[in-house]
Unconditional design. Structure first.
Length: 163
């Protein structure tokens, strides 16, 4: 039984590596800077694509934001859910593939820590779905977007798409 559990865990991690970037925790200081850059107002919606352990989601909720996290790794979803339990009315964690899930309606800010072979695909997704919102990318340049400002390894962009 233990062997089966280990095999399942390894398979889940392998799937997440093939479908997106590997889990790398974001430091709390970087999260605070990202939220400052986004300048989203209390009650507005922010999304963390590849939300990992929920650090960004919890910090956003503390600021009064409605936070959505999309994470493919079910173990990280559970950790995020536990971390954000006290903010469960503001934080919505979805276990799934960010490539297959649309952004929530009324999204005003997006945080993403992804790169390498996925960044061009991410840029295309955001061009098609991010309507009039701000995007912070940690460490990677988003092709097809104009950089507004950069601070501490975080790049702020604004989508110009409108309905």
């Amino acid at each position: 039984m233990i062997e089966l559990s280990i095999i399942v865990i390894v398979l889940l991690i392998a799937v997440s590596l093939f479908r997106g970037a590997p889990y790398v925790p974001t430091q709390r200081k970087q999260v605070e800077i990202a939220l400052d850059l986004l300048q989203v107002q209390p009650g507005e919606v922010v999304v963390d694509l590849g939300s990992g352990d929920g650090v960004f989601l919890k910090a956003a909720a503390k600021r009064g934001l409605i936070a959505y996290g999309i994470e493919i790794n079910p173990l990280l979803c559970m950790i995020a859910w536990l971390r954000c339990w006290q903010y469960r009315r503001q934080v919505h964690i979805q276990w799934g593939d960010m490539w297959l899930m649309p952004l929530p309606p009324h999204t005003k800010g997006i945080f993403v820590f992804s790169g390498g072979p996925f960044i061009a695909r991410l840029s295309r997704k955001l061009i098609s779905e991010a309507k009039n919102c701000k995007i912070v990318s940690y460490g990677f340049h988003l092709p097809d977007f104009i950089l507004i400002t950069a601070k501490a390894g975080l790049n702020l962009y604004r989508s110009s798409n409108t309905d």
